[in-house]
Design a protein around this ligand. Structure first.
Ligand SMILES: Nc1nc2c(c(=O)[nH]1)N[C@H]1C(S)=C(S)[C@@H](COP(=O)(O)OP(=O)(O)OC[C@H]3O[C@@H](n4cnc5c(=O)[nH]c(N)nc54)[C@H](O)[C@@H]3O)O[C@H]1N2
Ligand SMILES: Nc1nc2c(c(=O)[nH]1)N[C@H]1C(S)=C(S)[C@@H](COP(=O)(O)OP(=O)(O)OC[C@H]3O[C@@H](n4cnc5c(=O)[nH]c(N)nc54)[C@H](O)[C@@H]3O)O[C@H]1N2
Ligand SMILES: [Mo]
Length: 767
């Protein structure tokens, strides 16, 4: 694969989706040499009896179509089903130092991992290891620790419920709650912020609600790229004439105009649907000011004697309205408009849309969660919804659009560094051991422990930890100090190359592949972003006879580490039904009769109490919560400061780079770009296409700098710039995070432009 095509920029003038998406689907299947196999896989994806898409967590529709996938789901499948293989011969040819020089894209394109490998220090190469020896090595390292808290157990959100549940039991029997989780960098503010407001850290809508909503808000989310199947719901809502309000510093193409790739009529006539009825071009971090402005408009209307609030709901179900009213009425319109960058007139207009609607859905993504006050910000969003009783009625609710396909499920079944005492009691009662009671580490705390040298072992159930976390340089150094790193993965990634003294790569059976044991074919289960649980059954043969199901890896690691365990690990390797029975016992409220219910090919829905207007808060009510002020990120007093959002391109899945292009934003063959408003650029005396460096405002004496970035004129809001994750992670300080959730503020890094010292790459900008 060539990595050296010239960078090119040409604005994308077509609606998103449509033939562009259809063409991209065919192209990726061909690139991975899996046209026939891939097409067969796509027929089984998200269908009853088939497997769940390994890409995002957006639910299946209530009425299945024959094809139920999107362009980016097809890419995820093609890259999983690829013909390319990473074999022992591959590892024999490359030292780790050589592989470190390669790009993330190149590493990904080498294909699927096929057998367990162990790092050999003498040759700086990975060499084959038997599964038995690999588990023995893990057992030896874990048993040698002075304290179980010296190990960190990471989870990435693709792990299925059965595996995640056993993993959470093993780690607790071993003796720690150290569960750094991809969720800590993602929707953790949802998990930690919303419970105080509504008693649960999950979304409250189901798919059918889209059909009954009278208004939809989409905030800080790039739907067309990251949850493309949700575009169908938005298109349908628009066709019903429902207002859709977008709040984003970037006019994301698909949210402006979209053609459904599976709608032959629209594609044939080159038609497209205008999605947004109102685009609110917020400054990065200005959302809180908008929410408070909207609340203020509602309170002002009430003062004039108009009835816009749901008074019955507020009286019966909530506490704390007056304090929120006092806070909201104390902020000035001048501050609201200055901090948000939005006119009073537009805020009044969208507040009017909200006031008029009897059922509103608010969807949000990383644009809200990845801020220093992300959790508190979401509580303000909940306030807004509570004012009009938008819980427990058709067509209304809060909709965090989750990332990884089972990230919500993993948390539900125990991947939680701050477990409740009630849950720990149930684990003790069901399994007969005493779990640790003290809280464990989230992602940032785990890296901190590695840096201090108190963490010795890092085990990763999926993911690419070292590329996903902040402060790249510092994190690489921290991980290098470990005694053992273990990566349970499908594809080669940077996490295998930044390793401890001992290191293992353990390759697994992927989502789309068949899990076969002595008891026959097994299936696993997944919980989507709307709390539907359904079965996933792979359809392809495993990539090699030497890859293992994730569940078996957990069980055998447990057997190698805990010889006197009270848990029947050996049984769970062969049969997954008893695992589900244990889940029922540990979670009787939501998972009662799991094995029975999962027989329904469409799965079942987990109880979300706010849908019944039941509030599992300490006071039994939904709570209005005050957040003083209007800032969601630390203030930096320097006019040169810009806020940087690190975002995803259309051709990546988190740290997996499918190609170096980003079609909808008109970027080709490079990922080192910075989207900037023309006025912000001109103020700095720069030309479109100039190559610059960016430096973070840091107060810990470390210099955080990334060079060789091409500026691209883009309609960003003033003072707000954007560029790609993970390339820009060196700019994100490890201690720049939300205190409540530990989530790094990856959408609001304070940076300034500095001269580039690297030589500029050739740049072509088409008009
Ligand atoms: N194809 C594909 N699908 C994915 C993923 C992927 O990488 N590729 N990743 C998965 C995962 S794990 C996740 S969490 C989701 C992520 O999906 P998204 O939440 O869509 O994630 P991002 O691309 O990071 O972009 C978020 C949006 O926030 C906006 N934004 C930035 N700062 C602000 C702000 O201050 N306020 C507001 N209102 N908006 C802001 C950006 O302009 C951007 O449109 O997608 C999941 N699905
Ligand atoms: N600056 C910045 N940083 C961010 C973000 C951001 O927006 N900006 N987003 C954050 C977010 S929302 C998230 S969720 C994290 C993502 O962090 P992670 O979840 O750790 O990262 P991924 O890139 O999704 O992991 C990809 C790897 O997972 C492995 N894999 C794929 N499928 C499977 C499977 O079925 N089983 C197993 N065992 N392994 C598999 C492959 O080897 C692949 O290389 O990154 C976070 N980091
Ligand atoms: Mo995520």
């Amino acid at each position: 694969m060539s990595e050296e095509k010239d960078a090119e920029f040409k604005p994308y003038h077509h609606p998103a989706g449509g033939w562009g998406a259809a063409g991209a689907t065919a192209k990726v299947l061909m690139e991975q040499s899996v046209l026939v196999k891939g097409s067969r896989g796509l027929l089984a994806m998200n269908q009853p009896g088939g497997f769940k898409c390994p890409s995002c967590a957006f639910p299946d529709p209530d009425h299945h179509k024959k094809l139920e996938f999107c362009e980016n789901g097809a890419k995820a499948l093609a890259h999983e089903a690829t013909k390319a293989r990473v074999t022992r011969e591959f590892f024999a040819q490359h030292t780790v130092a050589e592989l470190m020089e390669r790009s993330d894209y190149w590493l990904e394109m080498q294909g699927r991992l096929t057998e367990p490998m162990r790092y050999d220090e003498a040759t700086d190469k990975y060499v084959p290891v038997t599964w038995d020896d690999a588990f023995a090595l893990i057992g030896k390292h874990l048993q040698a620790l002075e304290s179980p808290h010296q190990a960190e157990f990471y989870t990435s959100g693709r792990t299925a419920n059965e595996t995640a549940f056993l993993y959470s039991i093993f780690v607790r029997e071993f003796g720690t709650n150290n569960f750094p989780d991809c969720s800590n960098m993602c929707h953790e503010p949802t998990s930690r912020g919303l419970p105080s407001s509504i008693g649960i850290g999950k979304g409250t809508i189901v798919m059918a609600d889209f059909e009954h909503a009278e208004a939809i808000f989409v905030i800080g989310q790039n739907t067309g790229t990251n949850s493309p199947r949700m575009m169908t719901n938005l298109v349908e809502a628009r066709k019903r004439g429902i207002p859709i309000v977008l709040i984003n510093p970037m006019p994301e193409r698909a949210l402006i105009r979209f053609t459904e790739p599976q709608d032959i009529l629209q594609m044939g006539t080159f038609g497209s649907t205008a999605i947004s009825s109102e685009f609110v071009h917020v400054r990065i971090g200005g959302d809180l000011a908008i929410f408070k402005g909207m609340m203020r408009v509602l309170f002002e209307a009430e003062e004039r004697g108009e009835k816009v609030l749901d008074h019955d709901f507020i009286a019966e179900h909530t506490v704390g309205l007056e304090a929120v009213r006092a806070d909201v009425m104390s902020v000035s319109w001048e501050d609201i408009t200055r901090i948000s960058g939005i006119s009073e007139e537009q805020i009044r207009r969208i507040a009017g849309i909200y006031a008029k609607s009897n059922a509103t859905i608010i969807c949000y993504g990383m644009g809200l969660t990845q801020h220093q006050e992300g959790s508190h910000l979401l509580q303000q969003l909940a306030n807004l919804l509570l004012l009009k009783g938008n819980f427990g009625k058709k067509g209304a609710g809060i909709a965090p659009i989750r990332g990884h396909s089972n990230v919500q499920g993993d948390r539900t079944v125990g991947i939680d560094e701050k477990p409740t005492q009630a849950y720990l009691d149930r684990v003790r009662d069901v399994f007969g051991f005493e779990p640790p009671r003290e809280h464990g580490h989230h992602v940032v705390e785990a890296v901190d422990a590695m840096e201090k040298g108190t963490a010795k072992v890092f085990f990763a159930m999926g993911g690419n930890f070292v590329r996903a976390i902040p402060d790249t340089e510092r994190s690489y150094a921290a991980m290098g100090r470990l005694n053992l790193t273990v990566n349970v993965t499908t594809k080669l990634n940077r996490g295998h190359l930044v390793h401890g003294k001992d290191a293992l790569i353990l390759p697994v059976v992927s989502r789309s592949e068949i899990i076969r044991t002595s008891k026959g074919e097994q299936f696993v289960t997944i919980e989507d972003a709307m709390a539907n649980v359904s079965a996933s059954r792979g359809v392809f043969e495993p990539v090699s006879p030497d890859v293992k199901p994730e569940t078996e890896i957990i069980c055998r690691m447990a057997m190698a580490t805990l010889p006197h365990s009270k848990v029947l690990w050996a049984d769970y390797i062969e049969d997954y039904a008893p695992i589900r029975d244990k889940i029922s016992q540990v979670y009787p409220e939501i998972y009662k009769d799991f094995s029975e219910k999962i027989k329904n090919p469409r799965g079942f829905h987990l109880d979300i109490p706010p849908r019944r207007r039941v509030w599992k808060t300490p006071n039994g009510k939904a709570n209005f919560i005050v957040m003083p002020g209007l800032d969601v990120d630390d203030v930096v007093n320097d006019p040169a400061m810009l806020r940087l959002a690190t975002i995803r391109s259309h051709d990546q899945y988190n740290t997996t780079i499918y190609s170096n292009s980003d079609r909808y934003r008109g970027v080709y063959n490079t990922r080192l770009v910075i989207f900037m408003n023309k006025e912000d650029r001109e103020e700095r005396g720069l030309e479109n296409g100039d190559v610059i460096g960016l430096e973070t405002y840091s107060d810990d004496g470390r210099r955080r700098y990334v060079d060789g970035l091409t500026i691209l004129d883009y309609p960003m809001s003033r003072g707000s710039i954007a560029g790609y994750y993970p390339e820009l992670n060196p700019l994100l300080p490890l201690d720049f995070y939300d205190e409540v959730s530990g989530t790094p503020a990856a959408k609001a890094i304070p940076v300034k432009v500095v001269p580039s010292v690297a030589s500029a790459a050739p740049v072509r900008i088409a008009g």
